[in-house]
Design a protein around this ligand. Structure first.
Ligand code: ARG
Length: 460
């Protein structure tokens, strides 16, 4: 082998400049793909034997050798060398050191362009399944906490102003359904991740009688590429999971924001578990929601990972371009972030201390039964616009008094409308307000029970 021993060194008279080697190598990060690379190469070797390009002995020698390489890597004995550029050439070179001649035949009928596409798809599919399991765990935790708090009321907000009473169960289930959708979105993306590009070779296909379907079958993929140029140029299988990760982070970040607000003593709706909070080095009284803050902060870096790769792809001509090597690090970064974030959120929500008394006190301050009074007046024949106005005047009066609507006497209430009678107090009751919301998906008890049932069915 000429030119500094590169696997591609035949036509080179001189070795690579050290600076260029440092600039172009990817093994320092793509070594994370070693298991996928070995699985892909074993499937490729088996296929080459099946179509008669390799003998059965050669293929079995290659597969055995690859298992030895795998064992070396997992024991820590393997030396990843930057002069061997990437994970693919590191493994292939070591294979040939171990088994000799057959190792040199492994790369027949393929290129690193289809090889890296396959490897990354194997890796991404495994990681997406981990995200999906983490989402299911979080949905389970949210549903369990919701089940505990079917009777806990708090102000539901619009414009972040108290609007109408809802149960804490209903509020938590809103997030459960977001994360369920995220999991379903991953399932959908997975269908396209599991398309094998192997057999596209460099870009145009190959003259060897390869059988891409055999490789796909051995690896548990659902299909094979339709166009060899698309197969090696495509990075949708990275971008779609990055978008899914971004949306997961968006949902987590919204929940984080609520936790941060609820933990502020002005609200006091939650007590952060000690295990998921941190103190201040200077203010002894502080218990800070750092986990939620960091998760909100890390959302930006995952969006950045998505934008990073979208920008790399923009304007790239067909087919493979070395720019595409830049697809790995954004994915690895998003993977680490989303995996840890989902685990942290599940742990934090499992242990979160909810404070129903503080939530109830907030109901009264926010006049969350004002809509009920207006609806009551409508029931007595007043047009809604007038009922709205009458109720607004009653709220202004109660506010001046520092009282809730339900604390005004019947005589006081009748000042605003003679249609009001003793039965109004039952209507102003917060529990009753929630119980009256019986429409599908509403906060009423039957709907919340149905939501819990739907989540439980899905988790099965
Ligand atoms: N390390 C490369 C990557 O990740 C592998 C493919 C390189 N192909 C090539 N023809 N240089 O994209």
């Amino acid at each position: 082998m000429a030119a500094g021993g590169k696997l591609w060194g035949g036509r080179f008279a001189e070795g690579t400049d050290a600076l260029v080697e440092e600039y172009t190598e990817s093994v320092s990060f793509d070594k994370a793909l070693y298991a996928a690379d070995i699985a892909g190469s074993k499937a490729h070797a088996a296929m080459l034997a099946k179509v008669g390009v390799l003998t059965a002995e050669e293929a079995s020698s290659i597969r055995g050798g690859l298992d030895r390489v795998l064992a070396e890597i997992e024991s820590g004995a393997f030396e990843f060398r930057t002069d061997r550029e990437d994970v693919h050439m590191n493994i292939e070179a070591r294979l040939t050191e171990l088994i000799g001649e057959p190792g040199k035949k492994l790369h027949t009928g393929r290129s690193r362009n289809d090889q890296v596409g396959l490897d990354f798809r194997i890796h991404i599919a495994a990681r997406v399944r981990v995200w999906r399991a983490a989402l299911a765990r979080l949905v389970g935790v949210l549903a369990a906490r919701a089940r505990e708090h079917r009777g806990t009321l708090l102000p539901g907000c619009t414009h972040f102003q108290p609007a109408q009473p809802v149960t804490l169960a209903h509020h938590l289930l809103a997030y459960a359904f977001m994360f369920k959708r995220d999991a379903e979105r991953l399932d959908d993306a997975l269908d396209r991740v599991l398309i094998s590009p192997l057999g596209a070779a460099a870009l145009a296909g190959t003259t060897y009688p390869v059988d891409p379907g055999a490789v796909a079958d051995e690896l548990g993929f659902s299909g094979v590429f339709s166009n060899s140029m698309d197969a090696v140029a495509d990075r949708d299988h990275v971008l779609e999971p990055l978008f899914c990760a971004s949306l997961i982070m968006a949902h987590l970040s919204r929940l984080c924001e609520e936790i941060i607000i609820w933990a502020n003593p002005a609200f006091g709706f939650v007590r952060l578990p000690d295990t998921y909070a941190t103190g201040s080095s200077i203010m002894p009284q502080k218990k800070n929601p750092d986990v939620a803050e960091l998760m909100r902060g890390k959302t930006g870096r995952v969006y950045g990972d998505l934008m990073n790769l979208l920008t790399t792809l923009k304007g790239l001509p067909l087919a493979y371009n070395r720019d595409l090597q830049e697809d790995k690090e954004p994915f690895f970064d998003a993977d680490r972030t989303v995996t840890l974030s989902l685990a942290c959120m599940a742990g934090m929500m499992e242990q979160m201390g909810f404070v129903p008394e503080a939530m109830r006190a907030a109901l009264k301050k926010g006049f969350l039964n004002a809509t009920e009074l207006a609806d009551y007046l409508v029931g007595r024949g007043l047009p809604f616009r007038e009922a709205h106005h009458v109720t607004g005047r009653a709220v202004a009066f109660a506010e001046k008094r520092g009282a809730g609507l339900e604390e005004l006497s019947l005589a006081e209430l009748r000042e605003f409308s003679p249609l009001i009678a003793e039965d109004v107090y039952a209507v102003l009751d917060y529990e009753a307000a929630v119980a009256r919301r019986v429409t599908p998906g509403a906060t009423g008890p039957d709907s919340v029970a149905a939501q819990l049932g739907a989540i439980a069915d899905w988790l099965k």
